[in-house]
Write a protein that binds this ligand. Structure first.
Ligand code: ADP
Ligand code: MG
Length: 496
């Protein structure tokens, strides 16, 4: 609360901070809205919460064994790895990483990019699995088609572009993003494109699963957590935010008319990719300050990803920048020295000029005169000799924005936990998280937990039962686990 003895800068910062307060009532309204959107998304296509079936019908418990491959095609790099699952929640990973050549990102023929990926897989096998690879080549020369099957590696493919998935290893690309443009590939099954390229090189590799990174996070946590328990949710709070969770198949109404053969139904479960970044795009319940509106206006996609714009790393730095700019415009405050002192080329004046990493620095600086904050204001924003009071004002703003993000993050997690029914049983409630924000922002999990306790369905007792653990590398080990459960599902379907 502001007090009459506060310097004007502090009083002004506290006033802005108050706009970012996200109360218990707000949290509970958010949870109710999320529960309702979850339901709608499971029933119909085209709802704000996409609720995309991943066709992954079980999650691992840590006892799984074997060697699996994973390919991660991100925005700039291609990563090929093999993961040796030890069956005791641990694994060993070997990986190669290469930059994707620019000329393959924008080209006519899809075969060029996918051929390049297959070539990277071949190099990887020769380098790290030489014996198994050589044995396969030898057997193929001898014409032993059956025996060859033993050498075949199952591969999980993390393809970070928008696809419409129709089976565990089938998905149609509907749009390129991140600077890629290969028109021929649009409308095609990306798993088939990769498999064709692999087959042209006669590699002993089967594309077994197409894995979204959030689903991979869930799989990785489910395997790596202590004991034989399975995870419920995988959540990312990094550049963007999204979550995947284990849903009861009977509730996924929009799959009722799918062909029987499309997936394994024996587990009664389906992992759902919520795409919660677009939760409440119409802003029925989400907070909406002037600063949020300012950010939305300058974003490349106004009006969408509204939840993400209040929560994730890509945006929090910019929200902070908007609030500081707002203060600098009040001449009587002389915030950061005021416009006469702030260098005109300071990143403070540039859209997206503040990295969310800075918020972690501010929140974590507990020195009396905020030395680290001053250092980064100078190095990152070119702001010299900022007073300690101004730094304290920035800390007040930062804390408000970061804490609101964490409390908002509690909303989808709480809704999924409630909807799972696990609070009424003694089943574990385990969440795998990934992303720099949740990993490095001081107190992020603490604020999430505070909000959970304010949800009556969870309360103190429920909150204590929820486990949260960092699950790194969903696109490596998570994708490999996707390949493994795909193989298991196929065996179950064949009744083996
Ligand atoms: P990605 O989402 O691409 O997998 P990260 O999980 O590392 O990668 O998230 C990157 C985002 O996190 C960026 O928006 C960046 O601004 C933000 N970020 C990076 N470091 C930190 C940090 N220490 N604290 C808070 N946010 C951070
Ligand atoms: Mg990541």
């Amino acid at each position: 609360m502001s007090s009459s003895s506060d310097p004007p800068v502090i009083a002004a910062a506290k006033q802005i901070a108050a706009e970012f307060e996200y109360s218990s009532v707000d949290v509970n309204r958010g949870v109710k809205e999320f529960l309702s959107e979850m339901e709608t998304g499971l029933t119909t296509d085209g709802s704000t919460l996409s609720q995309i079936p991943s066709y992954i019908t079980s999650v691992p418990d840590g006892s799984e064994k074997g060697v699996y491959l994973a390919v991660d095609l991100g925005g700039t790099n291609i990563r090929v790895c093999s993961i040796n699952l030890n069956g005791d929640s641990t694994f060993k990973m070997i990986q190669n990483k290469d930059a994707i050549p620019q000329e393959l990102m924008v080209t006519k023929a899809a075969a060029e990019l996918f051929g390049f990926i297959a070539e990277q897989i071949e190099h990887f096998l020769q380098e790290h699995h030489g014996e198994r690879y050589a044995s396969h080549v030898e057997k193929r020369k001898m014409g032993e088609t059956d025996a060859q099957q033993e050498d075949v590696f199952d591969l999980g493919f993390t393809f970070s572009f928008p696809v419409f998935q129709t089976a565990i290893n089938r998905g149609t690309l509907f749009r390129w993003t991140k600077g890629f443009d290969i028109p021929e590939a649009v409308g095609q099954d990306v798993c088939q494109l990769l498999q064709d390229a692999i087959d042209r090189r006669h590699l002993p590799v089967r594309v077994a699963a197409l894995i979204n990174d959030t689903v991979g996070t869930l799989m990785a946590r489910s395997y790596c957590s202590q004991g034989r328990s399975k995870a419920l949710i995988g959540a990312i709070f990094g550049t963007g935010t999204n979550g995947a969770y284990v849903e009861k198949l009977a509730r996924v109404k929009k799959l009722e008319n799918s062909a029987e053969s499309a997936f394994d139904t024996t587990t009664g479960e389906m992992v759902i990719n919520t795409e919660w970044g677009s939760f409440d795009n119409p802003l029925k319940v989400l907070p909406d300050t002037g600063h949020d509106q300012e950010l939305d206006r300058i974003s490349v996609n106004p009006g969408v990803q509204m939840f993400e714009k209040r929560v994730s790393g890509m945006f929090l730095g910019e929200i902070l920048r908007c609030t500081i700019i707002h203060m600098t415009k009040n001449p009587s405050l002389e915030m950061c020295g005021g416009p006469a002192v702030i260098p005109p080329d300071s990143a403070l004046y540039k859209n997206w000029g503040i990295d969310t990493k800075f918020l972690s620095t501010v929140e974590g600086d507990s020195t009396e005169d905020l030395q680290q904050v001053k250092k980064e204001l100078k190095s990152d924003l070119g702001l010299d000799h900022i007073s300690t009071t101004d730094c304290k004002a920035i800390k007040i703003l930062t804390h408000a924005i970061g804490k609101r993000a964490a409390r908002l993050s509690a909303v989808p997690l709480a809704a999924i936990i409630i909807s799972s029914g696990r609070l009424a049983t003694d089943e574990p409630i385990d969440i795998g998280v990934d992303g720099s924000l949740v990993e490095f922002y001081p107190g992020y999990e603490k604020y999430i937990r505070e909000a959970w306790r304010e949800v009556p369905e969870i309360g103190e007792t429920g909150e204590k039962r929820i486990q949260v653990g960092i699950a790194k590398d969903g696109s490596g080990v998570g994708a490999a686990l996707g390949a493994l459960v795909a193989r298991q599902a196929e065996r179950r379907k064949r009744g083996q």
